[in-house]
Design a protein around this ligand. Structure first.
Ligand code: MEV
Length: 327
């Protein structure tokens, strides 16, 4: 039996546009998904005990066609099962053990589908735990690459390397196409607001893709996000936190124009700004879930606690440790 964990993340800049080759800067945060893999003769049994929703258990022989009977959206359960299923396939491939069976247990502190990189963290930790259980140790870079292939397949070919690279490596990273690297970042005062909901990443990414094809100005909006990210990288390197906040606000406006914000995400973003946050934006695919704000005072947290639609708020520290073996 082997247990591995990997961190979730927030996007300082660049989600969605990164799918079209623009740069993005996600940062790993100290909220982790933990996956335990135990070898068994055949098949796959997945138990997900704590996903900030009712847990579920599902047993199946290599296909994601069986549905657990739980009171959450089918698309989320389906996606969750598909990520674990494909991660186990990657582990079997890496260890040259195509028929290996597993019991897999997922315990996550990262809400599902909320923009904090739960699927990437579960995928990365599952690949690490299952390959180690088969006696093979992969580098974080190789785990990131295999986890990307999982997201690419589950998200119908529309995924970037950003979430999975960030979760595998930890810290702040910069991703532009296949060029993935870790970068220096100061400790930023992240405050997260969570509306208790979730977005369907595949559907949201497909929506942006359709807009880009239909309207040239939507394609320009994606490019403008790339420009914001490039300015943001310079502000990050120079530790100009005020400018970072301003650029996060700009990034949120452009994401909103692409249709991936929501009433509750906008309400939380505005509550944070009104409370004096340096900047605030949605994080991840959008549609519902989380916003990230920068504020080193308690004001944003207090304001979010009183914002209708905000279910939870917490501070998040940058996590410099990526995927790791748990004792
Ligand atoms: C989702 O966490 C981030 C997106 O940019 C999709 C991706 O990069 O694969 C929306």
């Amino acid at each position: 039996m082997v247990t591995a964990s990997a961190p979730g993340k927030v996007y300082l800049f660049g989600e969605h546009a990164v799918v079209y080759g623009e740069p993005a800067v996600p940062c790993a945060i100290e909220r982790r998904a933990q996956v335990t893999a135990s070898h068994r003769d055949s098949g796959l049994r997945v138990h997900a005990g704590d996903l900030t929703i009712d847990g579920f258990t599902v047993e199946y022989e290599g296909s994601a066609s069986e549905r657990p009977d739980v009171d959450i959206e089918d698309s989320l359960v389906e996606a969750g099962i598909s990520y674990v299923n494909e991660a186990i396939e990657q582990a079997r491939d890496a260890a040259d053990a195509p028929d290996a069976g597993f019991d897999v247990t997922v315990d996550s502190e990262i809400p599902l589908g909320a923009g904090l990189g739960s699927s990437a963290a579960v995928t990365v930790a599952a690949i690490d735990a299952a390959t180690r259980e088969l006696g093979v140790e992969l580098s974080p870079e190789e785990i990131a690459d295999r986890a990307y292939r999982v997201e690419h397949s589950v998200q119908d070919g529309q995924a970037s390397r950003a979430d999975t690279f960030c979760s595998a490596m930890g810290g702040a990273v910069r991703v532009e196409g296949d060029d993935c690297r870790t970068i220096e970042a100061p400790d930023l005062p992240f405050v997260i607001g969570y509306d208790g909901g979730a977005g369907d990443t595949g559907a949201l990414v497909a929506g942006v893709c359709d807009l880009r094809e239909e309207y040239e100005f939507a394609a320009d909006t994606v490019e403008a996000i790339g420009d914001v990210v490039r300015r943001g990288e310079a502000a990050l390197a120079a530790e100009r936190v005020d400018e970072l906040g301003q650029l996060m606000n700009f990034n949120h406006g452009l994401l909103s124009a692409l249709g991936v914000s929501s009433r509750s995400l906008d309400a939380m973003v505005w509550a944070a700004r009104d409370a004096g946050a340096t900047g605030a934006k949605l994080t991840g695919a959008g549609g519902g879930g989380c916003i990230v704000a920068l504020d080193d005072t308690p004001e944003t947290t207090s304001a979010l606690n009183y914002t209708p639609g905000c279910e939870d708020t917490f501070r998040a520290e940058l996590d410099t440790v990526g995927v790791r073996l748990e004792e």
